[in-house]
Design a protein around this ligand. Structure first.
Ligand code: DLZ
Length: 158
């Protein structure tokens, strides 16, 4: 029988979680943050186990998330932002750099850095994904963080 490793969605007592949230498009990102914090609480993470850093825009997320990861104090870092397409191609540069930067943190530190950054064409699309009819990306990112931490823990215990 193959061995399946699956992470449950309950945070362990000592797991601390860092959140980095962009202020740009805060109508959206405030809701992502609410979704993430609420989900962490519901899955066993006390407020004293959460650290939240606010950054100007999504472009600044990776540098701060990297700093959190390198402290060695956090089980995972949850990155939240909303990049909304404007009249220029600015968003493309931000999207690619932020996604690559967040992935690089996981690879370099071994601490999961979770991509909770919305990349939408309109504010309405983003709001739909920030607690509207298409769910809440912040809440999804929090669940992904807990599950990934638990998968990694299980692999470490084998
Ligand atoms: C400048 C900018 C623009 C045009 N659009 C967004 C966006 O849709 N979402 C976002 O999170 N940030 C945006 N920013 C700000 C950049 O992320 C960054 O904060 C600035 O370019 C300063 O480095």
């Amino acid at each position: 029988m193959p061995q399946h490793i699956e992470g449950n969605l309950l945070a362990e007592n000592n797991d601390r979680f860092a959140i980095v949230v962009a202020r740009f498009n805060d109508l959206v990102t405030d809701r992502l943050l609410d979704g993430a914090v609420d989900t962490l609480r519901r899955h066993g993470v006390g407020d004293e186990k959460m650290s939240i850093a606010h950054v100007p825009g999504s472009f600044e997320i990776p540098i701060v998330a990297d700093r959190f990861a390198k402290t060695g104090k956090y089980a995972a870092v949850i990155c939240l932002g909303a990049v909304i397409q404007g009249e220029t191609t600015h968003h493309e540069y931000i999207n690619h750099q932020v996604a690559a930067g967040i992935m690089q943190i996981s690879r370099e530190t071994g601490v999961p850095a979770i991509f909770g950054v919305l990349t939408c064409q309109t504010t309405d699309q983003a709001l739909a994904r920030a607690g509207g009819k298409a769910g809440n990306k912040g809440a999804e990112a929090a669940l992904a963080a807990i599950e990934t931490v638990n998968v990694l823990r299980q692999i470490g215990e084998k």
